[in-house]
Ligand binder design. Structure first.
Ligand code: NAP
Length: 194
């Protein structure tokens, strides 16, 4: 069984972006040490354009071969004219408004999102499924999440976009790993308690 991993960056107070979702202010923490970690352990979570720019487009996938994101997150790439922001992965975008996919590598999921994710998890394969977000889609898929990789940046926002746009419910996770970086970033990995 492949796992669904929500791999996400957030503030100390748990927001994945400002009130409108903008998370661009988080990039300031991507220094040499932390980028080295991302590059060596999660290279496929770096967008294709960035990988090309850095000359690391040929890095093989390590953990994931598939990405699921909401249309809100996908829009960030579309606005830049990029139709396949994770071309090194199979891309699934949840949307009820995108009538057809703007790219052959991107499949639009318009109905039964959780069922589609369960089908992806049931496929044979050594790689897991990367849940990119954002908040709305993570909230809809919270019961399907098997692993959390939470990259916490040393900032407080006071308000912003929550990690999960879902109703109150207690879901238990078990801490598997905590990694700290010189710039104050903490990466915590959790498994769902089953
Ligand atoms: N800090 C981080 O690591 C991180 C990671 C990812 C994203 N983000 C931020 O998150 C923000 C976007 O989050 P968001 O909550 O606004 O949007 P989102 O979750 O990315 O996308 C929401 C959209 O997904 C579609 N959708 C949701 N549930 C669906 C379902 N059950 N079936 C079919 N389609 C469904 C709808 O699209 P339609 O309206 O087209 O129907 C909905 O408007 C971005 O601004 C980004 O910066 C941050």
């Amino acid at each position: 069984m492949r796992r669904l991993t929500y791999f996400v960056a957030c503030s100390i107070d748990g927001f994945i972006g400002g009130p409108d979702g903008d998370a661009s202010f988080m990039t300031r923490f991507v220094d040499e040490e932390y980028f080295g970690f991302l590059k060596s352990e999660y290279p496929e979570t770096l967008p294709t354009q960035g990988r090309r720019h850095l000359g690391i487009d040929d890095l093989p996938n390590k953990r994931f071969d598939t990405i699921v994101q909401g249309r809100g997150s996908y829009d960030l790439a579309l606005k830049e004219g990029i139709t396949s922001p994770y071309a090194h992965l199979r891309e699934y975008v949840a949307s009820r408004t995108l009538a057809e996919s703007p790219d052959p590598n991107v499949e639009i999921v318009s109905t039964d999102l959780a069922g589609r994710v369960r089908a992806l998890k049931a496929e044979e394969g050594a790689y897991d499924v990367y849940l990119c977000g954002g908040s709305a889609v993570a909230g809809e898929l919270v019961d399907e999440i098997d692993e959390l990789v939470i990259k916490t940046y040393p900032i407080v926002l006071g308000t912003g976009m929550p990690m999960f746009g879902s109703a109150f419910a207690v879901s238990e996770f078990v801490t598997r790993d905590v990694r700290t970086f010189g710039n104050g970033v903490v990466v915590r990995t959790y498994d769902r308690k089953r």
